[in-house]
Design a protein around this ligand. Structure first.
Ligand SMILES: *[C@@H]1O[C@H](CO)[C@@H](O)[C@H](O)[C@H]1NC(C)=O
Ligand SMILES: *[C@@H]1O[C@H](CO)[C@@H](O)[C@H](O)[C@H]1NC(C)=O
Ligand SMILES: *[C@@H]1O[C@H](CO)[C@@H](O)[C@H](O)[C@H]1NC(C)=O
Length: 331
């Protein structure tokens, strides 16, 4: 056993030496690239870290990221049956090959605990990173992995779930939510939408998230200047869109302004007799209980008058805080 290890180490050493001795060649090769590029300008690089809604070869529940469609399945299941479900969809449990995809899947799942397609080949070697594979056969060998070995207790935990961006070993008999990943059989290029450049189309609306944080007043001003409003949220797809519009922040979950404004004082809805205390700034109506408030919210004092989305729930926030935000307008 030790001898075998020695041989492997020797081989690794030998191959790294070989790589070093090859290095000088890299210069001339690199120099050759621009010449080629001048003859035929390369196409612009494909959008790397952005998502598309409703542009998968599937239904609207699927989200496009790079060349794949992803579905967050919230019915808890065993790893094996979850993978079978994904196979029936034409794919596998999601593999995660780099940091951007890791953040994408984390945000798609609201940072909750979900099965990924990763599993250990040998249950006796759970602490060895090389012992793991993706069920879709993905072998991309980037150095990226987010495996956190801190929760391994026994050999019966060979299956990996993702939780708040980290991969944890989990049990054969655990039931979890999961993510399927299937090749996008669509055209490959994003379908044209009625939205301005860089705005994302979803269900009749265009969304845009600038890459900076702002107070609510600034956010409102910014959106108004573009014929839009700070995003209102009327269904799960819009909530998820707001979370996924920007994948550059390695934070999960992140606070984002909603266009919900407090009425001081509340008014009575005469048709229902209900007390109405919030309305959407884009005049899409009063707040009717969606999205749900986090526990201990809303804050009913007189100064905490704005509302942020965190995960899939909302919470009160002071309007002068600086948060990310998205603008929304009719397509
Ligand atoms: C979309 O497709 C998935 C499976 O492909 C299915 O489970 C889901 O119910 C569908 N959603 C809608 C809104 O049709
Ligand atoms: C991935 O890289 C590791 C170390 O760099 C190496 O031991 C392993 O064989 C590689 N795996 C594949 C599939 O290329
Ligand atoms: C691994 O997870 C544990 C508990 O979830 C956490 O305390 C620890 O900081 C994590 N380690 C790394 C390297 O992220």
């Amino acid at each position: 056993m030790q001898a075998a290890l020695l041989i492997i180490l020797t081989l690794a050493f030998a191959s790294s030496n070989a790589a070093a001795s090859v290095k000088p060649l890299a210069q001339p090769l690199k120099a050759a690239v621009p010449v080629k590029a001048a003859a035929a300008p390369p196409p612009p690089p494909p959008p790397q870290d952005e998502v598309f809604f409703g542009q998968c070869s599937r239904n609207k529940s699927w989200v496009v990221f790079r060349d794949y469609c992803y579905l967050y399945v919230e019915n808890r299941d065993y790893w094996y049956t979850a993978n079978e479900y994904c196979k029936r969809q034409g794919g596998y449990l999601a593999s995660i090959t780099d940091k951007a995809e890791n953040i994408f899947v984390s945000k798609l799942t609201y940072c909750e605990s979900v099965w990924t397609g990763r599993y250990a080949v040998d249950v006796d070697k759970l602490r060895e990173p090389d012992n793991y594979r993706w069920s879709d056969g993905q072998t991309s060998n980037s150095s990226y992995h987010a495996h956190n070995f801190s929760r391994i207790i026994g050999y019966h935990q060979p299956l990996i779930s993702l939780e708040d961006r980290f991969w944890y070993n989990n049990l054969y008999h655990a039931k979890q939510k999961f993510v399927c990943k299937v090749p996008n059989l669509g055209s490959g290029t994003p379908a044209p939408t009625p939205c301005p450049t860089n705005w994302k189309y979803l269900n009749g609306y265009c969304f845009f998230m600038p890459k900076f944080a702002a107070t609510y007043i600034e956010a409102d001003f910014y959106c108004n200047g573009r014929g839009a409003h700070v995003a209102s949220l009327h269904n799960d797809l819009e909530v998820r869109a707001l979370i996924l519009l920007d994948l550059s922040t390695d934070e999960c979950p992140v606070d984002v302004w909603t266009g919900l404004l407090k009425l001081n004082p509340c008014r009575i809805d005469y048709s229902t007799g209900a007390s109405v205390c919030y309305r959407w700034s884009d005049r899409s109506g009063d707040y009717r209980g969606f999205p749900a408030w986090q526990t201990d919210n809303p804050n009913n004092d007189l100064v905490t008058n704005c509302v942020a989305l965190n995960g899939r729930k909302i919470k009160s926030a002071r309007c002068h805080e600086r948060l990310r935000f998205a603008c929304k307008k009719k397509a």
